[in-house]
Design a protein around this ligand. Structure first.
Ligand SMILES: *Cc1c(COP(=O)(O)O)cnc(C)c1O
Length: 393
């Protein structure tokens, strides 16, 4: 079906200046990966977040994989993760030996809370994955971080959707031991479709990430007579807490890094544009009892996605009318992970997450790419009103 307002897989467009920059770096960068543009991008993003160490990766899933390796899980170690999230918040931790414990979401904020996490904690808990889903920086992330520290549990923040959000002037992704960001096509800013960041607090992680990210490449620790012998560079195993980790190749190219640096300059502006539009949409519908939103007007929410709850079991009727009467492609997002074949086959099909289940069964996600023209956005708003009035009868 050809939708008039499709749910786009692309978050934003590029300016002429950005296109020129890409063309220029394409032709001039030597090498095309692992060079000065990567260093510049990492420095700029670390500064933006107010942290010491930021590492680019080829996507957020790779950053999650690296953090999962550095958590050094043993069989039976438990990893708490919301069932209501994107799959790569969790599966890299299963690959690395973790046993998922599904946490529920808070029915108001749609993300995990200290309370929902505490219910899952046992003596075997090794890691908590806090996902700032929909672009909302978890309200009690500070309390979750203190709790994790006190219990000696590692905290991973999945900030794939919430780049640039903050609470008490501290950026999402800087509270935990690991912070993960995505630069995927659909996200807040994108480096040509794929890209990511891994933020770490502790120097012991920062020291090994370059090797862990790039095939175990390192330098020789002795002076060589001939620079070409025994080889151009050395290979070694990254070591953490006395144990070796297997390396990967999760690098991001120079063109992407150069573009990403440039895009950082308008990240706050892109987020503000989304926030303004979301608030306009939400406020224009506030008199309809049939739909409810999580309204947050501050930097705590970038409204990466525009999601609401349709009451009275009318969600599917709502989406049906939007799609087939008006050509607006609303979707439903984040099928609870435990319900997927993938997690069921692994033996992780059971969860006690009534809020996540109820939200999934009643939620609607509107098309909300920032490059949607104003007339399309206004059309969607008007038709949403029409459908809601219709369904009220
Ligand atoms: C998109 C997303 C990811 C994965 O990001 P990639 O860069 O595509 O690997 C992880 N977690 C969440 C919550 C996401 O939305």
């Amino acid at each position: 079906m050809n939708f008039k307002v499709p749910f786009s897989g692309r978050g934003h467009k590029y300016t002429d200046e950005e296109v020129k920059l890409v063309a220029n770096v394409m032709q001039t960068a030597i090498p095309l990966t692992q060079g000065k543009y990567r260093d510049e991008f990492e420095e700029k993003f670390a500064k933006y977040l107010g942290v010491d160490y930021a590492f680019t990766t080829n996507n957020a899933t790779s950053a999650l994989e690296l953090s999962a390796q550095m958590c050094q899980l043993s069989k039976g170690d438990e990893v708490i993760c919301p069932s209501h999230t994107f799959t790569s918040s969790m599966y890299p931790f299963i690959k690395n030996g973790g046993h998922p414990i599904w946490a529920d979401i808070d029915s108001e904020t749609k993300v995990v809370s200290l309370e929902s996490i505490k219910k899952c904690v046992t003596a075997k808990t090794k890691v908590i994955i806090a996902v700032h889903l929909y672009g909302y920086c978890i309200n009690d992330i500070e309390a979750i971080a203190s709790f994790a520290k006190e219990k000696n549990i590692l905290l991973v923040e999945d900030v794939a959707q919430a780049m640039g959000t903050e609470i008490n002037k501290k950026k999402a992704g800087t509270f935990g031991d690991f912070g993960i960001f995505s630069l995927h096509s659909h996200k807040n800013i994108t480096t040509l479709g794929e890209g990511g960041f891994l933020i770490v607090k502790d120097l012991k992680y920062a020291n090994i990430i370059p090797m862990l990210r790039h095939n175990g490449h390192t330098t020789f620790d002795y002076v060589r007579d001939k620079y070409w012998i025994p080889a151009m560079g050395n290979l070694d195993l990254p070591e953490l807490n006395g144990l070796y980790l297997m390396p990967n190749n999760y690098c991001l190219g120079e063109v992407e890094c150069a573009l990403g640096s440039k895009l950082l300059e308008r990240l706050d502006d892109l987020n503000q544009q989304k926030r303004d539009r979301a608030i306009k949409f939400i406020d224009s519908l506030s008199h309809f009892e049939l739909i409810k939103f999580h309204r947050v007007e501050s930097m705590q929410h970038n409204h990466h996605l525009l999601v609401g709850i349709v009451a009275d079991g009318k969600r599917d009727l709502f989406i049906n009318k939007m799609a087939y009467e008006y050509g607006i492609q609303c979707v439903v997002q984040y099928y609870p992970l435990n319900r997927y074949d993938l997690y069921e086959k692994l033996g992780y099909g059971n969860a006690n997450c009534p809020n996540a289940d109820a939200f999934y069964d009643n939620m609607v996600s509107f098309p909300f790419h920032i490059w949607m023209p104003d007339d399309e956005f206004n059309y969607m708003l008007e038709k949403t009103k029409a459908v809601l009035s219709d369904l009220k009868l």
